[in-house]
Design a protein around this ligand. Structure first.
Ligand code: COA
Length: 186
């Protein structure tokens, strides 16, 4: 799987991405809305899971590269929710879109650009009825990306993230939705 936009390539993971992705998720600023920074083992496991999901479902979280210089930028893509998380979210949604880029790439609209391409791919290929995105309530940059790509918050779907310890300040999460345009009746 490979998607190209004006400035980005979204592609399958390479072994060489593992240390670079590990560096991104070890950055405490990148991870300020997560309970912990990520380790090399987390990067390795996340990439292997993404590869597996691509084989199983035909879409996944992908590696993001900048077209102008080939630099590895981070992760962006879609995946089905795993059951434990899905069942903790009101309405038990099926497919999420998500992103995580290295700090030096922030603020140029790269995440919305990649996310629009990913949504477009979804509507053309596996055609989910809707796609959702979730994040910690206070993660305003991520919420801005959701708004920029036309997602709308569903305040009735706020939830407590089951992977974050009870009582932790990062537990309250919000959910944004976008419906498949082919199924909209407006
Ligand atoms: C969320 C994220 C992917 C946004 O990517 P991006 O390519 O910078 O997106 P944009 O350029 O459209 O910026 C989105 C918002 O981020 C914020 N932002 C931009 N540059 C920033 C910077 N240097 N520092 C902090 N926030 C910044 C702004 O609020 C911006 O909104 P605006 O364009 O209305 O001002 C990126 O911030 C990131 O990787 N964050 C860490 C990982 C994370 O939290 N992922 C989401 C988990 S749910």
């Amino acid at each position: 799987m490979r998607l190209e936009t004006d400035r980005l390539v979204l592609r399958e993971w390479l072994e060489a991405d593992k240390p670079r992705y590990a560096e991104i998720i070890a950055d405490p600023v990148v991870r300020r809305y997560f309970p912990e920074v990520g380790t090399y083992a987390d990067a390795d496991a996340g990439i292997e899971r993404a590869r597996q999901r691509l084989v199983e479902h035909g879409y996944s979280f992908l590696a993001v590269e900048r077209r102008s210089d080939g630099q590895f930028m981070g992760m962006l893509g879609m995946a089905p929710f795993r059951d434990e998380l899905r069942l903790a979210i009101p309405g038990a949604p099926m497919v999420e879109i998500g992103w995580q880029l290295g700090q030096s790439f922030w603020g140029h609209g790269y995440a919305p650009e990649g996310a629009r391409a990913m949504l477009d791919f979804a509507w053309r290929t596996f055609r989910p009825p809707e796609v959702v995105a979730i994040t910690y309530k206070g993660n305003l940059p991520s919420r801005r990306v959701m708004e920029k790509i036309g997602m709308r918050r569903d305040p009735d779907a706020d939830f407590e993230h089951p992977d974050v310890p009870q009582g932790h300040r990062l537990r309250p999460h919000v959910l944004y939705r976008i419906a498949n345009p082919a199924l909209r009746d407006d």
